[in-house]
Design a protein around this ligand. Structure first.
Ligand SMILES: Nc1nc2c(ncn2[C@@H]2O[C@H](COP(=O)(O)OP(=O)(O)OP(=O)(O)O)[C@@H](O)[C@H]2O)c(=O)[nH]1
Ligand SMILES: [Mg+2]
Length: 255
């Protein structure tokens, strides 16, 4: 790959008015000198987030594209927001590298160049910022959330691939080829477990997956959109996804 590839950044957003502007500033400064487009997929924020996005559009112009969806399903729809954002980025741009991160400043924009560098150097086609490698850090996360995440990750490693340490972090980088492959599949989960489903599809397609140690900072402000029911459903989904991974049962779109 050439140096300084163009970047599509995909941000699932719901009520992040405290975080959205610092996040956009962080992304802009990390990607200075590059061609990039930020896609925000909003599911009906009502806390002033949309006004802040409108404000940011004044400087970012068409480098910031807002997709507004009407939520029809209960629970956290961050997975389907990521999938829709990725498909839209494929349609609207020719960007070579895709990046996904959360909108609550849990993922440090200083690490953007690390993940992008691993793709550009050809070390990985899918790069995961991991919370669980030597050198990784998890700051300000409740013991309960840490426990649930560790159990889920342990199960995922058991039923899928033990070499991957983090199946649930929403801080990811992948090539346009990886995006095109994923867009060709039927996705079953719109919830956060989508992240594991997507990874299963990539691994079944023999894409090179690598991880780097990352610092995850638990949400400082605002409310978590993850409900206990999401966590329970996530655990059941681990086995379902593991089954489809092992028996290569991910279904492609028919068209
Ligand atoms: N578009 C969209 N984005 C969502 C939805 N739910 C959450 N998000 C966003 O997805 C990202 C991750 O959600 P979080 O609520 O931070 O989930 P988490 O990191 O697993 O848990 P906490 O940080 O503890 O709340 C954030 O940017 C949210 O604003 C949703 O239903 N639709
Ligand atoms: Mg979060």
């Amino acid at each position: 790959m050439n140096q300084k590839e163009s970047i599509a950044v995909i941000l699932p957003i719901l009520n992040e008015q405290e975080h959205i502007l610092p996040l956009l500033e962080g992304i802009e400064s990390a990607l200075a000198g590059r061609d990039f487009t930020i896609f925000i997929i909003d599911d009906g924020s009502r806390d002033g987030t949309l006004e802040k996005i409108e404000f940011a559009q004044k400087t970012l112009g068409n480098r910031l594209q807002l997709m507004q969806r009407v939520k029809t399903l209960p629970g956290c729809q961050r997975g389907s927001a990521l999938f829709d954002g990725m498909k839209e980025a494929l349609k609207r741009t020719a960007h070579r590298i895709f990046v996904e991160l959360d909108g609550d400043l849990s993922h440090r924009t200083e690490e953007l160049t690390v993940g992008i560098g691993l793709i550009e150097s050809g070390k990985g086609e899918v790069v995961i910022a991991s919370k669980y490698l030597p050198g990784s850090q998890v700051v300000n996360r409740s013991q309960g959330r840490t426990l649930v995440s560790s159990i889920n990750t342990g199960l995922m490693r058991l039923v899928m691939n033990p070499k991957i340490t983090d199946y649930s972090n929403g801080y990811r980088f992948y090539t346009r080829k990886a995006a095109s492959i994923l867009a060709g599949y039927q996705i079953r989960y719109g919830s956060p477990i989508y992240l594991s489903e997507a990874l299963g599809i990539w691994m079944n397609n023999q894409l090179k997956v690598v991880e780097f140690p990352s610092t995850y900072i638990g949400r400082q402000e605002g409310f978590s959109k993850v409900k206990p029911i999401d966590l329970i459903k996530g655990m059941l989904a681990v086995f379902e996804i593991g089954f489809r991974y092992r028996f290569r049962r991910f279904n492609r779109n028919s068209n």
